[in-house]
Design a binder for this molecule. Sequence first.
Ligand code: 6PG
Length: 243
Amino acid sequence: MTAPEVRRHDDSDSLVGDVASALLDRLESAQARGEVPQIGLTGGSIAEELHRELARRAQDSSVDWSRVVFWWGDERFVPAASPDRNARQAREALLDHVGVDPANVHEVPASDQVDSAEEAAAAYSATLRSEGAGFFEVLMLGIGPDGHCASLFPGHPGLQARDAIAIAVHDSPKPPPDRVTLTFEAMERCRAVWFIASGEGKADAVARALAPDGSVEETPARGVRGDETIWWLDDPAASALPT
Ligand SMILES: O=C(O)C(O)[C@@H](O)[C@H](O)[C@H](O)COP(=O)(O)O
C-alpha cells in the first residue's frame, strides 16, 4: 500500500477527461494481460459526468466492454426503476451505450426485489464472494462535503463493520436514507482506489481526508486505501490542501 497521490486539474472538464483516459488505459492494459478487469462504480454528480465521457470515448478506445465486470461501491436502497439508483444512472450514462455483457453487471438488489437493505447487502456480498474472486482493478469513489465515501458516513455504525463485504446503512444523512455499501475491509482489497472530487464544496473534506492526522470516524474517506490510492481533484476541490 502506497501513500495517496494527488492529481490536480484546472477544472472539472480536464479532471473528467483525465480520469476517463486513465481508466480506459488501465482497462486496456488489464485486457492485454488476458485479464477480465472488475471495476467498482460510484454514484454522484462527478461520476455521472465521467460515465458520459467514457461513453463518448468508447468508440475510439480498444477496451472490450463485454470483458469488463461492473460492481458498485454503494447503492441507494430504492426501487430498481428509481432515478435515485446509482445503477440506473450508470446504465443510462454508460452501460447502455458500450456493449457490456449483462452477466458481468452486478447490481445491488433493489427495494422492490428484496425485503430489506440487509437482505440486499447479504445477496451482494454473496455474489462478490462467488464471482468477484479477484481484486477490483479500480474502485471509483466520490467524497461528500462531510467526508463520507461510498455510503460510509461520519459517526455511523457502518464504520465499525468487521468481517463483512457489504452492509446495510440506515438514516443516511444524504438522501435516500436506506443504502448498501461496501465496507472498509472490502475496499482495501482493490488494486486501485480513485477518489474523484470537483468543486469548492469538497475542499474541506478533501483536506481532512489527506491531512497527516485526523479520525476516520469524522472523515470516513481517510479509511480507504487500495494498493494504489489516487485523489483526482480539480483546483477548487484541492483549494484547502497545503501548497
Ligand atoms: O450514492 C452516493 O450518493 C454515493 O456513492 C456517494 O458516496 C457519492 O459518491 C458522494 O456523495 C459524492 O457525490 P457528489 O459527486 O454528487 O457530490
